[in-house]
Ligand binder design. Structure first.
Ligand SMILES: NC(=O)c1ccc[n+]([C@@H]2O[C@H](COP(=O)([O-])OP(=O)(O)OC[C@H]3O[C@@H](n4cnc5c(N)ncnc54)[C@H](OP(=O)(O)O)[C@@H]3O)[C@@H](O)[C@H]2O)c1
Length: 289
């Protein structure tokens, strides 16, 4: 099996390549230096030259707030760009893994979203990811469409790093307490992706770490986990203005993943503990005996 991974310099792409390499799978990670997703002929030429059996498409325009003022660029990368990857995959007969998001849903109610629930994106980024999903679902048969949420990884900026920085600088931080979802460690998500790709268990899956919580609750877990004393002041979304609207209910049901017999995702607590340990290792001086 030969695997091409887009978004290699991003959080998830990095961990997918790392996981595939650890399993001895032939793979190649690509990023903007190799081709721009918006350039259809370039995407196709690259894919045809490498001729992968699987494309794990992690690359995306992910700046949720900035997207509100760059809707065209966001749609071109996430919608048209995904269509380019789909066409290239079809031209070499490759399976595809498309990574999508809880932001394709409206955030209403309190029950976890099921895989076949209707779309209702609230922001430009969510709409562009729906466009990517439609490209995959309408043209491909052999696809894994994986929706995840609140991703953090070793290779990139994310909420955990931000909380650690703010927690060390301030006595008190205000964090939203009425958006509920599941923080997800990209290394755990990468493991599930790598478990799924050799199978023929195609379709839509929700994959997050186990457990639902608010951003404020997660912030408190991060600070406690690192022994940082800083008060987390829970606030409603209405008191934290951002250009993009965000769903209040981002709970994703993982029933289909369980039914597929894939090893379950670890809890949020477990995942965060391992992530913080890995961050510590990364920050240790490299040349100590
Ligand atoms: N982060 C989250 O909380 C979250 C939540 C749910 C779903 N997701 C989805 O999960 C996937 C991975 O997210 P992530 O957090 O790993 O993203 P990320 O860290 O922002 O990485 C995205 C990658 O895509 C590349 N990219 C952007 N525009 C491109 C273009 N026009 N052509 C080629 N490559 C391009 C970026 O390259 P440059 O660095 O060179 O720009 C970067 O390497 C994405 O599909 C995202 O929509 C993320």
């Amino acid at each position: 099996m030969k695997v091409l991974v887009t978004g290699y310099q991003g959080q998830l792409g990095w961990d997918v390549v790392r996981t595939l390499e650890a399993r001895g799978v032939e793979c190649r990670g690509v990023d903007t230096g190799d081709f721009d997703l918006r350039d259809g002929p370039a995407v196709k030429a690259y894919v045809q030259e490498y001729a992968p059996d699987v494309i794990v498409h992690c690359a995306a325009y992910t700046a949720v707030d900035k997207a509100e003022s760059e809707p065209q660029l966001c749609a071109e990368v996430n919608g048209d760009g995904t269509l380019n990857v789909v066409r290239a995959a079809l031209s070499v007969g490759a399976k595809i893994v498309y990574i999508s998001t809880d932001y394709v849903f409206s955030g209403q109610g309190e029950t976890p979203w099921k895989e076949d629930d209707p779309y209702g994106p609230l922001n430009v980024y969510g709409l562009s990811k729906v466009q990517g999903e439609i490209a995959v679902r309408s043209l491909m048969k052999r696809y894994f469409l994986i929706r995840t949420s609140w991703v953090y990884g070793i290779h990139g900026h994310n909420f955990v790093r931000t909380m650690l920085k703010l927690g060390r600088e301030k006595q008190e931080i205000r964090v939203v307490d009425d958006q509920i979802g599941s923080p997800t460690y990209s290394a755990d998500l990468a493991r599930v992706i790598c478990d799924l790709i050799p199978t023929q268990k195609y379709g839509i899956y929700h994959v997050t770490n186990e457990g639902y919580m608010s951003w404020a609750h997660f912030a408190q877990m991060i600070l406690t986990g690192e022994g940082i004393w800083c008060r987390v002041l829970p606030i409603p979304t209405s008191e934290y203005s951002t250009p993009a609207r965000r769903p209040l209910n981002s709970r994703l049901s993982m029933d289909r993943l369980r039914a597929a017999g894939i090893a379950p995702m670890p809890t949020v607590e477990n995942a965060l503990g391992r992530y913080l340990q890995e961050l510590e290792l990364e920050n240790m001086p490299k040349n100590t005996p």
